[in-house]
Design a protein around this ligand. Sequence first.
Ligand SMILES: [Fe+2]
Ligand SMILES: [Fe+2]
Length: 337
Amino acid sequence: MFRDIRDNKQVNRDHLSFCIQFIEDLLSKTKFTRLSYINLLNTTQEEDDWFVNHNVNVALMIMAYSILQRLPHKEIVDNALSGMLHDVGQTVSAWELLMSKDELSREEALPLRMHPHKGYELMKALPVSDQVKQGILFHHERYDENGYPTTLPYNRLPLLPKIIAIVDFLEAVALPRPYKHDKGLGMTQALAKSIEETSRAFEYEILSRFIRFMGPFLTKGEIFYQKNQLVKTNFGEMARFTAFGNTWMTPEIEILVDEKNRTLKRPFKVNLGNDFSRQIVQILPKEKSEQQLVFILRETGRYEEYMKELEAEKKALEKAQKASQPTPAPSNEQKSH
Ligand SMILES: [Fe+2]
Ligand SMILES: [Fe+2]
């Protein structure tokens, strides 16, 4: 379909019906759970197929999220349709550049930035809702307004393109692009990276709601914080992750360094589920996090205490593992008497 659009430089009603049918089939034929949609994400991204897969993957994630939001059927279809066609403008704007394996300079890549507009133009005369068209036109807008085409201030944009922007980012970062020798970081890492884009590309409230609903499904339960991993708050404080909270975005953390970069003599714990002013805006990579934590703890003389705590936890874990091991089945000899 995308090739046909590229060759004929137009989206016609048949293309549209094909997409809608594809979405309706997924919605009606099978009793899909949210998880099933996620399992459908295509990760075998060969050179020829990656563009199709990318668009379908974005549509699947939007569909799953829309279902979780309990949106009406029409809106679920519209949202998924917009996701499926969000990059349709690439087919007519700069296809060769898009398929290029070479690193492109900023100038060389500029024509690619025309695709939201081109996509909108392709859809203009078709019988689809404004929501679908807006999703296509605004999906590269950013919270800091450094996106494109920047036709409206961020706070006046509709919600759908903001969600598409998040999903688009996750798809690109998480999944492999074998032809580009890019293995992809996986969803857990991609979600952690998306948090770093808070206040730049994404609005915190929108992203955190998305992660709250979709995080457990996308990562199949893998939590993107590790105990003791360092995080940065919106106040500029450094804290360590101490316990999982009610939701993915509201763990319990211990503030170790204040906003003026002073290591606290008396660190204090905060449950982000109760403290709405604080937000996590960055999760430090594991190695960096470990080094820095040791440094902070040594500075405050808490290193020994921390090591004891770790040791106790390790023992408790081993004990729990032993207790959960099944008792060996009695041998035949024992059974016979
Ligand atoms: Fe795009
Ligand atoms: Fe995209």
